[in-house]
Design a protein around this ligand. Sequence first.
Ligand code: NCD
Length: 305
Amino acid sequence: MRHLMSPLDFSTEELNQLFDLANDIEENPAKYAKACAGKKLATCFYEPSTRTRLSFEAAMLNLGGSVIGFSDAAASSAAKGESVSDTIRVISCFADICAMRHPKEGAPKVAADRSSIPVINAGDGGHQHPTQTLTDLLTIRSLKGRLDHFTIGLCGDLKFGRTVHSLINALSRYEGIRFIFISPRELTVPDYVTEMLGEKNIPYEEVIRLESIMPRLDMLYMTRVQKERFFNEEDYVRLKDFYILDKAKMELASPDMLVLHPLPRVNEISVEVDEDPRAAYFKQVQYGVYVRMALILTLLDIHVN
Ligand code: NCD
């Protein structure tokens, strides 16, 4: 039985197969409409989420399966003091597969170790968010045709943003990737990330200003300042509007630079950018459903001819 804790749990070859499956689902949705009939997905969300949870639920419903779960720790037995290990043993009796989000780093792994059904990490604290990364990679591969040889700028909260940490991890396995990290000094990528890049000889730069590097980017990954992970409100207020991507900045970029964002957006991308054909963040949401469908099928070992 397989779980998904980190995007590195799948080899690049396996990821390619997963993305081929996701693209086939995109083209032939009817073929997959009953693939998970009789199967249940449990969404165990100990932290608020609409996008990821509903994306998982939509994915399972599109496959003809059903969904159960909770969307708030206060509404689960965690409020009574139940451990994650016990919860997953109980959930294993109700469902065939589980997607778990938790504010504590490593909690989904603790669950996976005690589970008799596949567990998917749907985001653990500031650590990893593998299904968002699968979404990002599928979007890039579908819109650019490849996952290698490009310069990607990651901008915003690179310290607390788990989507950023997960994506850097995943992209570090492809040839010819150059990272440009754009953040205020307070929100730079953690040392363990730059150390990993150093060990693998992967080029990266750290800059503060977005304008100067815009023309060099093939892709710009914008992120929200992660309010919920700040220790004091003052720092958050000072940093939250540090970057605002607007039309004027988009004019500095190449005509085929993609703008990605895991969403939810706050102020970091001005709504006027939404009309720009290079804005790919709403397409990304759609790819998120296809890739979660492909993932559920793969972890349940269901094959559709
Ligand atoms: C991200 C997350 O939860 O880490 N959102 C998501 O899953 N689509 C990013 C964020 O909350 O800023």
